[in-house]
Write a protein that binds this ligand. Structure first.
Ligand SMILES: C[S@@+](CC[C@H](N)C(=O)[O-])C[C@H]1O[C@@H](n2cnc3c(N)ncnc32)[C@H](O)[C@@H]1O
Length: 213
């Protein structure tokens, strides 16, 4: 799936720090073994997340939507010693590959997978988290955001993936569940006076959110 002009994406990728060889391998295996590999953030967005983690210097990171581990491992690259990532997923095959990749990366003591429906798991977590990356089922984004705001530390940031949804948010004839949910989510976030939010046009749209009240 193409999210932005492929020529520009190629140029940006070629003129960024080269993709980590281990992550390149994770991406290759994900493309070979799993359906819908475009769900993976990939080189540029993975490095974007790594940069955010470096800048925020979080003690605890929460990720909703592990898939094969690419984004978790990208974020772990910039974590300070002792910091951890909790990541949530419910798909057995995705969890199998994520565990394999996390183990091979030597990050078992850093990245902890919580298996089960994230809509429930998130209700049983205890904060604070300094960085939260929401990247699971789009129709639950509002639920994830509401709980994430309770778990977020005072100076924390929430990043939400796919908020431009391959431009489908602009198509008035697209009334599929995920598109409608994302349109509603984006509007609610922008209008919430307790939040500051920006949709960055990185890949498929990454909204950055912080609390102001
Ligand atoms: C877009 S992928 C995550 C991609 C990952 N962040 C990456 O870049 O490598 C979404 C993941 O969320 C998981 N997921 C979807 N709905 C879920 C739910 N209700 N509970 C737990 N996991 C869910 C899927 O199994 C899938 O692995």
């Amino acid at each position: 799936m193409e999210f932005i002009d492929p020529e520009i994406e190629k140029y940006a990728s070629e003129n960024s720090t080269v993709e980590d060889p281990f992550l390149k391998d994770v991406a290759k295996i994900t493309r070979e073994k799993l359906d819908a590999p475009s769900m993976m953030v990939g080189h540029l967005e993975g490095m974007f997340l790594e940069m955010l983690v470096f800048a925020l210097s979080p003690n605890r990171v929460l990720e909703i939507g592990t898939f094969s581990g690419y984004s978790s491992i990208s974020m772990a690259k910039a974590l300070k010693p002792g910091a951890v990532i909790d990541t949530l997923d419910f798909d057995e095959k995705h969890i199998h590959y994520a565990k394999k990749h996390i183990k091979e990366a030597g990050l078992e003591h850093v990245i902890f997978i919580h298996e089960g429906d994230a809509r429930t798991t998130i209700q049983n977590l205890t904060g604070p988290y300094d960085f939260i990356f929401i990247d699971a089922d789009k129709s639950s984004y509002e639920h994830y955001l509401n709980h994430s705001l309770k778990l977020l530390s005072q100076n924390g940031i929430i990043a939400v993936d796919n908020t431009l949804w391959s431009k489908r948010v602009l198509d008035p004839n697209d009334n599929t569940e995920d598109t409608v949910a994302l349109r509603k989510f984006n509007q609610k976030v922008a209008e919430n006076p307790n939040l500051r939010a920006v949709i960055t046009t990185v890949r498929d749209g990454v909204t950055l959110i912080r609390k102001v009240n």
